[in-house]
Every structure is written in structure tokens, then in C-alpha cells.
Ligand binder design. Structure first.
Ligand code: ADP
Ligand code: MG
Length: 330
């Protein structure tokens, strides 16, 4: 078996009504066992791409391959969807009045009852829901229900778990827990996870591979750190790190010499210090960000943002020295 489990080749799926929706000429590969995050704004084509990978949508052109075999479309088989993949949707599709154990075990056949019980208990253990096995779904919290939905999707020798916006219904604390769960379960079981999210933090926190979609087009794919450090498009730097974008003219007003049309940097690349090459900026505003502040700074009519790790050190109307140590040119 090769290391690549899924490859998407020149996939195009447009919806008749508007020629804009869907995905356009998207190609990428997914390594077995990786957690992959497809990140894009609402309407960028994430769900279309996920459904196409699973075989729920007929593509206009291009193909998806699972272990080098073409994934069949909904018109090519009786029950749409690839057998070794499972999709967990936001509504979980659980039997709410049945017990947790039965919701999961029902996915397995009765030909071997011992194996059925063993597999059900094993996956419940991976998802840390063993103590819930005799509870009914309606007695569970949203986060617990999501774990049951994942266990149910994974119990039947699933190789690829597809998740559409898995964290959109949960609060911030639980979100971090579920992210950690998914990462751990993928590492423990070797399942490949493909999740889509509009929140770039999901990709940055837990993905081995991140895919950035905009208007149905793949802008960039790679490891989160590579994409963050070397974005190929200004857009990517803006959605991942709220980057500061300056025109050449504005950059020159700050003493940054460039031949590029735009200069882009993340706020953390601007250091507040007083080295020989730093410049004086006025603090226009201070935004509280938890364990650090973000400063809105201005010099010669040009605004930039920088981090202040020593919270409260500089206040509105103060002057600070800023050294933009690193920037990208576009
Ligand atoms: P996302 O999941 O990133 O929000 P979708 O893949 O659901 O995006 O949709 C991408 C675009 O395709 C959107 O502009 C949406 O309106 C359009 N679209 C999605 N499904 C359909 C459909 N069944 N018919 C027509 N247009 C659709
Ligand atoms: Mg969607």
C-alpha cells in the first residue's frame, strides 16, 4: 500500500444555477493517518469538496481516488458513499432514544457477536465514552454526543473519517477538548481524518496538512507552519494570522524599502524595542487579547499592529519604538 490514501485530481463541481458555486480544478493528495483540515470562508466550497471525496456528488470533471481506485459517484452505485469512509455531520444522526452502546454496536453485523462486542468496547475506550455506555443519547451533552457519533462512524473498520464543521456547535472550552480528542484518536487508531472548518485555528491547532480554499479554488496546501510562514497569497496571511498589509507607498513611509506591490507581516513579527533601526510610532489604541495586548500603532499616517507581551506596558498616546524584523513581499 502506498502512503497516499486519497488523491483528488483536477476536481471540478459547479452547481448549474450559478457558475460561481462549487469547486474548480482542485488537486491534492492525503497521506494515510494524517489529520487534514480544509479551511475556507462560508461558501468557499468546503462541503462540496468533502461530499465529492466521499462519493455523494457527481463531479463535472476530475476524479477522487481511494488507494488508487476511483471513488464512484452517486449515479454509479446503489448506496452512495465509499464503504471505508464515514461522514460525521453536525446533526450526528444518532438514535436519540437508544443507548450509547447500541448506537455504536448497531453498525456491525451479528455474524460474530464476540467481535462485535469487542470492537464496540474498544472504540468506546478510544473516545473515552465507556462510562456512558448505558446512557441514552438524549441524556448526553453535545460534546458527549459528538464523541458517540465519531465512535459510531469509526467502529466498522473505517479508514477515512470525514467531518463537516465538527466544532461549530460547541463552546470554546469543549472545542479545545474535541480538537485534542480527534488528534489523539487519529494517532491511536491510524484513521485518516479530513475535517472542514471556517475557523483557521482548527487547521493550525490540529492538522498535519492544511488546505486553504477560496471561491472554490485551492490556494495552498501543506503543513500548517509552512503555510503560515510562507503564505502564497495575501489572503492566506490575512485569514490565518490577521496579517498587516501595506501598499508599497505606505511601506516606504515606514522606511521599508521594497520593489513589491505589497508588504505583509504578522503582528508578532513587529518587535517593540529600541534598537538602532527601530522607528517611533504613536500608540493609537490597545486591544486586550488575554495574555498579551495588540497595539494599533501609527507613523506618518500609516497604521500597523504589533503585539505587546508585557501587558499594559505602553498605553494609548504613548510613543514606542518598532522594529519590523521580518516581512513578506507580494
Ligand atoms: P461551504 O461548505 O464552504 O460553506 P459549499 O460547498 O456548501 O460551501 O457551497 C459552495 C458554493 O456552492 C456556495 O456558493 C453555495 O451557495 C453553492 N452551492 C452549494 N450547494 C449547492 C446546491 N445544491 N445548488 C446550488 N448551489 C449550491
Ligand atoms: Mg459547508
Amino acid at each position: 500500500m502506498s502512503n497516499t490514501i486519497i488523491s483528488v485530481k483536477n476536481l471540478t463541481k459547479q452547481y448549474q444555477a450559478e457558475q460561481s458555486g462549487g469547486v474548480k480544478d482542485v488537486s491534492f493528495e492525503i497521506t494515510r493517518g494524517d489529520v487534514v483540515a480544509i479551511i475556507g470562508e462560508s461558501g468557499s466550497g468546503k462541503s462540496t469538496l468533502l461530499k465529492s471525496i466521499y462519493g455523494l456528488l457527481k463531479s463535472d470533471s476530475g476524479d477522487v481516488f481511494f488507494d488508487d481506485k476511483r471513488v464512484l459517484g452517486p449515479d454509479e452505485q446503489l448506496i452512495p458513499g465509499h464503504k471505508q469512509m464515514k461522514m460525521v455531520t453536525q446533526d450526528f444522526s444518532l438514535n436519540t432514544y437508544a443507548k450509547v452502546y447500541d448506537n455504536i454496536a448497531s453498525q456491525l453485523s451479528n455474524t460474530d457477536l464476540k467481535t462485535k462486542a469487542e470492537k464496540t468496547l474498544a472504540i468506546m475506550e478510544h473516545l473515552r465514552i465507556l462510562p456512558l455506555q448505558n446512557k441514552k443519547i438524549i441524556e448526553l451533552s453535545g460534546g458527549e454526543q459528538q464523541r458517540v457519533a465519531i465512535a459510531r462512524a469509526m467502529v466498522s473498520d473505517t479508514q477515512v473519517l470525514l467531518m463537516d464543521e465538527p466544532f461549530s456547535q460547541v463552546d470554546a472550552l469543549l472545542k479545545n477538548q474535541l480538537r485534542a480528542d480527534i488528534k489523539r484518536v487519529a494517532a491511536e487508531t491510524g484513521v485518516t481524518v479530513i475535517l472542514v472548518s471556517h475557523d483557521p485555528a482548527d487547521g493550525l491547532f490540529l492538522a498535519d496538512q492544511m488546505i486553504i480554499l477560496r471561491n472554490g479554488e485551492l490556494l495552498q496546501t501543506g503543513k500548517p507552519t509552512e503555510i503560515y510562514q510562507q503564505p502564497k497569497h495575501i489572503y492566506t496571511a490575512q485569514i490565518l494570522g490577521n496579517a498587516v498589509v501595506l501598499s508599497r507607498g505606505d511601506a516606504e513611509k515606514l522606511g521599508i524599502k521594497t520593489f513589491a506591490a505589497s508588504v505583509v507581516f504578522y503582528p508578532e513579527w513587529a518587535e517593540i524595542n529600541s534598537s538602532w533601526n527601530s522607528r517611533r510610532f504613536e500608540v493609537k489604541d490597545v486591544y486586550y487579547k488575554g495574555f498579551y495586548d495588540e497595539l494599533l500603532l501609527e507613523r506618518n499616517g500609516v497604521s500597523v499592529r504589533a503585539l505587546q507581551l508585557n501587558r499594559g506596558e505602553h498605553k494609548k498616546n504613548d510613543y514606542v519604538q518598532l522594529n519590523i524584523s521580518r516581512f513578506l513581499e507580494f
